[in-house]
Structure formats: C-alpha cells, structure tokens
Design a protein around this ligand. Structure first.
Ligand SMILES: Cc1ncc(COP(=O)(O)O)c(C=O)c1O
Length: 400
C-alpha cells in the first residue's frame, strides 16, 4: 500500500512577474542561447560513453493523474555519474582547462577529445578545481576532473550524507566537510580558492562570478535538446514541472524553451521542498530572497537557501508558477517510480518534479489554475538516481 499523498505542505504561487509574451531578449541570450547551445552540444555529445538518456511515456501514472500523457526523462543513467549535473559540472571543468591552455599557450578552443588524446595534459594536471555541493554537482565536478586529469577539492555542508560523500570521493576528489549550510560551503570554497589559486566550478552564480555557472547551465540544455528530439510524434509538452535548488536547472530548461518556442512554450512550474524554498520566497518577495534555515529536508540535493543570480534573471519573468511540496510527496514519487515497469531509480530530490505534478493534479484548484486536464502533455525530469539504493527512506531526515 502506498501512503496517501499529503495534503499539507503544498503551497502554490502563480508568478506575479510572469511575462509570457516577452521576447527572449539580449540579456537572456547572454546567459543561454541556442547558438552557444549548438557548440556545447557538439562538445558534450563527443565525450566517451555519451548516450541519450531515456524518455519514458508513463501511461499508468498519466491515467492515475487524469492527464493526457506523462513524459519522464530519466537522468539516473547520465554517464557514470547518474545525475544530470554531469552535463554541467564536468563541462565547467573543461572550460577552465580551455581557459588555462589559451592563457599559457595561446591555443584556443581545446576540446575534450584533444585533452583525452593527450594534448595539454601537463596544464590540466596543474589545475585544481573546487566547488561546494549538496552532493550531485560535486560528483559531476569530481568525475570531470578525473576524466580530464585535474585535481578536485569538493566542499560539503555539514548535513551532507555519507553516501553523497563516498560517491564524490569515489571519483578521486578530496573532500572538505564544512560546519555549516550549503551556502556557507559555497563561500568557503570561494575563499579557499582565492587563497590557493584554485579554479571555482560553481553551479550557482553570485556577484562577479557568472561565466562558469553560465557555461554549466548551457551544459544542462543538452538534456533539453535530447527531450525535444525524443518527443512522441514531435508534439511538445503543455506543462513542465522542474525541481529547484539554486534555480540553474529550471532556468536552463525554461530559457531553452523560451528562446525556441516563445509564448507557446510549456507552462513551467518550479517545485521546491517546503523547507528549502528560496525560489518560491523570491517570487513572493518580488526579488531574489535568501532563506537561512534549510536543514531537515530529505530532498537534500535541493537544500539551498540562496538563488543563483543568472538563474533568477531567467526565471523571474519566464516561469509560470512556483510551488512547494512536503518531503513525503517526494518519497511517494520515488516509490511510484521504483514500482514502475521497468523500475526507475530516483532519489527524492530527483523525483520532486513528479511529486509536484502529482500534488497539483490531485488538487482541483491547482488543476484549474494550471489548466491541467485530459489533453495535457506533462514533462517531468528525474534528475538523479537514488543515491542510497534504499528507495523508501533514501536517507535519515536530519534532526530539527
Ligand atoms: C538531483 C537534482 N535535481 C535538481 C537540482 C536542482 O538544480 P539547481 O540547483 O540548479 O536548481 C539539483 C541540484 O543540485 C539536483 O542535485
């Protein structure tokens, strides 16, 4: 027996600043563009073991939720990393290598193929990349560093699980366990990098640090392009539910679709854990807002208190709605996926978009507000494989 979906903890906010018909302007294009996307796609799709991840048509769940169709992109199979962040974090590592090779030799546009073929190995070996992570980004950076022959130092918040730590260390990264939150780990990585002349590969952007997060978000758009190529009969979704941490993932999807489809793009709903809802709070406040207490959510990869500046630039006008979900809803979605035929591996953070969709589809007010119904084609993206292998209780929720 599955537990009933929880009725409490779900909050919903139609985006007061939505500008659905606004053109995808120069500011937006500076962050993400189809032109840059084509280069990034060519690069990442040339990496060893690159494969398009599956897009499942979840017929049973669509019927249960009284929807026309439910499409599920499964990033649990993304490279050996097992989450979508591989497309961003590892690309960020490559960007620093390109930068350093150009600075030291004058040779521009070095590719992964060049580096893996042995070119500029000495320069790559002299580079230390660093980042803070709730788990998945650090894994992606560690994997990229190993692939390209760099050193990686990864900062973890105090609350990160041992499974997350081991998964990062398995790719050869050195781990620094901090005493505070994810946002504090970001600041510590930044300060140590400055002192040690390391290269920060952050998936969140902040003042005077935008280029690498921009590259990382562009890396995520590889996944969006795959989805567009995989759509049954080429028919685009009407809705997309996107889980939010610092907002980079959601912004990459929204930005790519906004540029390609304009006002005809799918209705986008950002879904966050009820106790780590910095994007929701920003939308409610009408400007980027931070929250300080993000502890105690089983959706640990989404436990961020500060919004990425670049991501917010795209999400502020481009997202239709924001919602929060209780942890139980995500655990429920993890279980539904595990029972799917074939079984799908997802952690609660990775299943949060599906959970948000199920909460919205069950609630008549939200169904109406979002225009969800029998002709809707809903897209969700499972962004990570289950980090613990134990689908029911992926990690012990932290003490309050
Ligand atoms: C599994 C998973 N899904 C979604 C996200 C959200 O990405 P972002 O922090 O860019 O909003 C993360 C972030 O780490 C993640 O690990």
């Amino acid at each position: 027996m599955l537990p009933d979906l929880p009725a409490v903890g779900v909050r919903f906010l139609a985006n007061p600043k939505l500008e659905r018909s606004a053109p995808y302007g120069l500011g937006e294009q500076w962050i993400l563009s189809h032109a840059y996307h084509r280069d990034v796609f060519a690069e990442i799709s040339s990496w060893p073991d690159y494969a398009v991840t599956p897009l499942y048509d979840l017929v049973g769940l669509a019927a249960q939720a009284r929807l026309g169709r439910l499409l599920y992109k499964d990033e649990s199979q993304r490279f050996e990393v097992g989450n979508f962040k591989a497309l961003g974090g590892a690309y960020g590592v490559l960007r620093w290598i390109q930068h350093e090779v150009e600075r030291l030799t004058g040779v521009g546009g070095v590719t992964a193929r060049d580096v893996l073929g042995g070119a500029h190995r000495d320069i790559a070996a002299g580079i230390t990349v660093t980042c803070a992570t709730d788990g998945n980004h650090g894994r992606a950076v560690a994997w990229g560093a190993r692939m390209f022959g760099c050193r990686a130092v990864v900062y973890l918040p105090a609350a990160a699980s041992h499974e997350r730590e081991e998964a990062i260390a398995a790719f050869g990264a050195e781990i620094v366990r901090t005493h505070g939150s994810y946002d504090e780990a970001v600041r510590q990585a930044q300060a140590d990098a400055r002192r040690n002349e390391w290269f920060v590969v952050s998936d969140t952007s902040y003042e005077a640090y935008v280029n690498i997060p921009r590259d990382i978000m562009q890396g995520y758009t590889v996944m969006v392009r795959e989805i567009l190529d995989q759509l049954p009969d080429g028919v685009p979704p009407t809705h997309v539910f996107l889980q939010g941490g610092v907002g980079g993932f959601a912004a990459a999807v929204v930005g790519h679709l906004w540029e390609g489809m304009g006002a005809e793009r799918p209705t986008a709903i950002v879904v966050e854990p009820e106790r780590a809802d910095c994007l929701f709070q920003s939308a409610a406040a009408g400007q980027r807002a931070s929250i300080t207490d993000v502890h105690g959510t089983a959706l640990d990869a989404l436990a961020c208190g500060e919004v990425s500046r670049l991501a917010w630039f795209l999400l502020e006008r481009g997202t239709d709605a924001f919602m929060t979900i209780p942890d139980d809803a995500a655990l429920h979605a993890v279980e539904l996926l595990r029972r799917n035929d074939p079984p799908i591996s997802a952690g609660p953070s990775g299943a949060a978009g599906l959970a948000g969709m199920l909460c919205a589809a069950e609630n008549e007010t939200l169904r109406t507000a979002l225009g969800l119904g029998g002709s809707s084609i809903v897209l969700v993206i499972g962004t990570e494989r289950n980090p613990s292998g134990n689908a029911r209780f992926p990690r012990q929720p932290l003490e309050e």
